[in-house]
Ligand binder design. Structure first.
Ligand SMILES: C[S@@+](CC[C@H](N)C(=O)[O-])C[C@H]1O[C@@H](n2cnc3c(N)ncnc32)[C@H](O)[C@@H]1O
Length: 261
């Protein structure tokens, strides 16, 4: 049987993370106990995890969790793995929306629940709802809830009947259907990622329908692909004004906020 140190030197993908997961030890513990020899059971578990990781299964699906903002979220193959870029949406809401006012906020396509739950957790005054058409994703989101969030299942606005909101926020699917970028994302639900030929099918549905579901002076906040901002601003121009555009922390165009006219 090999020691922790032997494995750490192996150069195998994410080996330190996989050792931590197998042995339930922190990174620091691994390095301070590098002479520890793994048992047969531990070796079997590590071998299985290493094989899965080498087949391309993302680490978050092996550990079953992913950090987002200040919380840890359970993720499964039914949910997209939270991306750091999406934290931008939280920063925008926290910076531009009054924390004292009991805004009604809707997160559409909530997946593991990251946007809705993070906002509700930070500000219990906000009345937060979340939708997804995947019941399996909603089941995961419900287990992640740390604060009051109302969940609704359905195809975009069909989920919410005639409710109206002060802010609708969404990180919808926005990748073009033939984009080679998808080759590296085969383990994540394609319905969470792909949106027609130009990646804008779902964004068009959301922009077209949002006005009906916003309160007077309400806002729509969307995450989008790095090359889609101009087209989205164009789609918004008809019924929205006060349009603000945002870049993510890598300097890529990533989000748009717009107020109903
Ligand atoms: C890009 S993922 C975002 C998930 C999560 N909000 C996040 O940021 O990690 C898009 C989500 O939209 C959901 N979705 C896709 N099509 C939908 C539709 N027609 N109606 C409602 N939700 C949909 C997917 O199931 C998925 O959870």
């Amino acid at each position: 049987m090999n020691t922790i140190g032997d494995y750490l030197k192996s150069g195998s993908i994410d080996i330190a993370l996989l050792l931590s997961l197998t042995l339930k030890q922190s990174n620091t513990q691994l390095y301070t106990q590098s002479n520890y020899r793994l048992s047969t059971r531990e070796t079997d578990r590590l071998t299985k995890l290493t094989q899965q990781r080498e087949q391309g299964i993302p680490f978050a699906y092996l550990s079953g969790e992913k950090g987002f903002y200040h919380l840890n979220f359970k993720v499964t193959s039914d949910t997209l793995i939270p991306r750091p870029e999406t934290e931008l949406l939280i920063d925008i809401v926290l910076e531009l929306f009054d924390q004292k006012y009991p805004y009604k906020i809707l997160d559409m396509g909530t997946g593991s629940g990251i946007i809705a739950i993070t906002l509700a957790d930070i500000n219990p005054r906000w009345k937060v709802s979340a939708t997804d058409f995947s019941q399996a994703a909603l089941d995961v989101a419900k287990t992640n809830t740390t604060a009051q969030v109302s969940f609704f299942q359905g195809n975009w606005f069909e989920a919410i009947n005639d409710q109206t909101f002060d802010l609708i926020v969404s990180n919808p699917p926005y990748i073009k259907e033939n984009d080679s970028y998808l080759d590296g994302l085969i383990h994540e639900p394609q319905t969470a990622l792909v949106s027609g030929e130009d990646g804008l099918n779902d964004i068009r549905v959301i922009i077209d329908n949002t006005p009906e579901y916003l309160n007077k002076g309400g806002y729509l906040l969307l995450e989008h692909g790095f090359d889609q901002q101009a087209k989205i601003v164009n789609l918004l121009n008809k019924k929205f004004h006060n349009i603000k555009t945002f870049k993510d922390y890598n300097g890529n165009d990533r989000a748009v906020l717009a107020q109903i006219k």
